[in-house]
Design a protein around this ligand. Structure first.
Ligand code: AOF
Ligand code: ZN
Length: 336
């Protein structure tokens, strides 16, 4: 299953709105084929794996797959049929497919046909492969990641000129590389006016350009901004006077499974106040600034227990800066 997980990761950033999935075929006592899902509309992991081996299998042969095989025809035929046709006898599944269309049906179908199915091998790791897909397919809303570069004292500073950056070049490249893993990058109108960002995946040649989403109250925005005029202009969406949760729902309907909020403070504060944030990516720059411009304003939590508690923290030093990634606890502890 570890090999299947590594195989699945080869699809990172390319399969949305489908999950990343990896499969490993074990026949005659050894690994004989690998396969991963590469792109929506193309063959699923198990099918690629079976096709690349291409020979008749026996009851003693097994396929390991990070996600339950699908059992209905979507853009591609059901994987359960390919598995049954192959002649193998055992399927080892990492995790159940949270897609309501599947959710256990593939496993039941295989068992009913006499295949031995083991479920839940490295289940946590397999589930974590697809956090965006898992949330989107169950709720219709994309996973929300709040990204912010801030000073060590939690402030934002603004230009001008060469020294405008809070974090160093390595941290900025790190942040840019992540863009190719999300389906949309969202900013507020104020950020567009002041920073005029490109929101492109320039550190990722060959990476997919995510949607660029701009929220504006008035809709009055500079028509010559990069996001409206560059070669990805058709990848920019403008939402006028819409609450953030409504925007998220309508992005979900467009098959956006993940959104990276890149500021400014107003949008980040709103997302936090409304408990819409699932993960945070914080870059702490090696600089103090003081002053009134804080990174996450908004109303704020009335008391510490009502704050957004985080888990699964990772701290990484990048140059002189610190990158912190974390997940919001899905069920904040209840007030006593
Ligand atoms: C699998 N193996 O490699 C993947 C699966 O439209 P389709 O036919 O591509 O089906 C998409 C759904 O299939 C997707 O929402 C998810 O539930 C499942 N993805 N299943 O057996 C795979 N990528
Ligand atoms: Zn499938």
């Amino acid at each position: 299953m570890r090999v299947a997980i590594a195989e699945a990761r080869k699809g990172t950033g390319h399969t949305s709105p489908n999950p990343i999935v990896g499969a490993v075929l074990v026949a005659r006592g050894g690994v004989v084929a690998l396969g991963h899902h590469q792109k929506v509309g193309s063959a699923h992991a198990e099918v690629r794996c079976l096709e690349s081996y291409g020979r008749r299998l026996r009851k003693s042969d097994s396929v390991y797959v990070t996600l339950e095989p699908c059992s209905t025809t979507g853009r591609t035929p059901p994987c359960t049929e390919a598995i049954l046709a192959s002649g193998l006898g055992c399927v080892v599944v990492g995790t159940i497919d949270p897609n309501p269309k599947h959710q256990g049906r593939g496993i039941a179908t295989l068992r009913a046909a006499g295949i031995e199915v083991r479920v839940g091998v490295l289940a946590d790791e397999c589930t974590k492969l697809n956090e965006a897909f898992n949330k989107w397919v169950q709720t219709g809303r994309p996973l929300v990641i709040a990204k912010c570069g801030m000073t060590l004292d939690g402030r934002l500073t603004r230009g001008p000129g060469e020294d405008q950056w809070i974090t160093g070049p390595a941290a900025r490249r790190h942040a840019n590389r992540f863009r190719a893993q999300v389906d949309a990058i969202l900013i507020g109108a104020e950020t567009l006016r002041i920073d005029n960002p490109r929101l492109t995946v320039r550190e990722n040649p060959g990476g997919r350009q995510p949607w660029r989403v701009v929220l504006s109250r008035s809709g009055k925005l500079p028509g010559n901004a990069h996001v409206f005029t560059d070669r990805y202009a058709n990848r920019t969406l403008l939402f006028e006077n819409k609450p953030l949760d409504v925007v998220l729902d309508s992005l979900g309907q467009k098959d956006v499974t993940s959104v990276l909020i890149e500021g400014g403070g107003e949008v980040l504060g709103q997302a936090l106040d409304q408990r819409l944030v699932n993960q945070v990516h914080i870059y702490l720059g090696a600089i103090f600034s003081g002053g009134p411009v804080i990174a996450f304003p908004g109303t704020g939590a009335p008391s510490t227990p009502e704050g957004l508690r985080l888990c699964d923290l990772r701290y990484e030093q990048i140059g002189d800066d610190v990158f912190i990634s974390a997940k919001a606890r899905s069920h904040p502890p209840r007030l006593q």
